[in-house]
Design a protein. Sequence first.
Length: 110
Amino acid sequence: MAVVTVKKPLREKLGDDGAEALVELINEAQEETQNNVIKFVEEKFEKRLSEELAKVKVEIGEVKSEWITRIEEVRAEMKSDKADLIKWMFIFWVGQIGAILGILFAFFKG
């Protein structure tokens, strides 16, 4: 905080008590102005912070819904792949059983 001094001509006109009262008045006014500015800036900052947080929450919600959609797509694809895998396993095992039966018939016939 700046130090306020009263120049000699003004001090002579006001007197020592008047000069001190003037200095106190100026200091109080500066302090009040500083407090008002700080309060204004705090309110403005809080408002801006709230707005930005709201935007972030919206973006997080959008990302969350996008991820949920993608996860559902992956699950559906996995189900489809699982069904294809089971189908091909069945075909493989039927072929294997056929080959084993063919070998057994050839072995016991001959």
